[in-house]
Design a protein around this ligand. Structure first.
Ligand code: DAT
Ligand code: MG
Length: 150
């Protein structure tokens, strides 16, 4: 089953929105298979945001993501990557549809509340940055057949 990495970003932590954000994804039917609170350091931020190195917003992005603890979650489910991306909304909250996490809770591009992997390939890489294999716990839920089908 597909997995994806979600980070509840510092702005959401400061605003007390971790529960709201995780809850929206959980209610969608996605299953939490790993979760931790951690403070990202420069090294981890550099690896996580490697594709953005050299962009004008990179330094400010790293400063922001390392500014306070984040909650890292691995969500598992059918089409987990796409489902999380659609539930998040667009990168810029101002352009995100109402009903999405960013569209309902944000207003500005850097403070966009949540990270979600953008492909299955990147999800695997990002999950490995934040979690060891032993920290990811797969399990069956009684409701899985109602959420995912047989
Ligand atoms: P996403 O988080 O939607 O995958 P991304 O991977 O393109 O977006 O960018 C990573 C983060 O960098 C994004 O969540 C917020 C920040 N960012 C992106 N574009 C930006 C911009 N034009 N100005 C400031 N911050 C930006
Ligand atoms: Mg991205």
């Amino acid at each position: 089953m597909e997995r994806t990495l979600v980070l509840v970003k510092p702005d959401a932590m400061q605003r007390g929105l971790a529960g709201e954000i995780i809850s929206r994804l959980e209610r969608r039917g996605l299953k939490i298979v790993a979760m931790k609170l951690l403070q990202m350091d420069q090294g981890l931020a550099g690896q996580h945001y490697a594709v953005h190195k050299g962009k004008p917003f990179y330094d400010s992005l790293v400063e922001f993501i390392t500014s306070c603890p984040v909650v890292a979650v691995v969500f598992q489910g059918k089409n987990a990557v796409q489902v999380v991306r659609r539930t998040m909304g667009e990168t810029d909250p101002a352009k995100s549809p109402a009903g999405s996490i960013r569209g309902d809770l944000g207003i500005e591009v850097q403070h966009n509340l949540i990270h979600g992997s953008d492909s299955v390939e990147n999800a695997a890489k990002e999950i490995a940055l934040f979690f060891s294999n032993g920290e990811i716990v797969d399990y069956k839920r009684d409701i899985d057949k109602w959420v995912e089908g047989e």
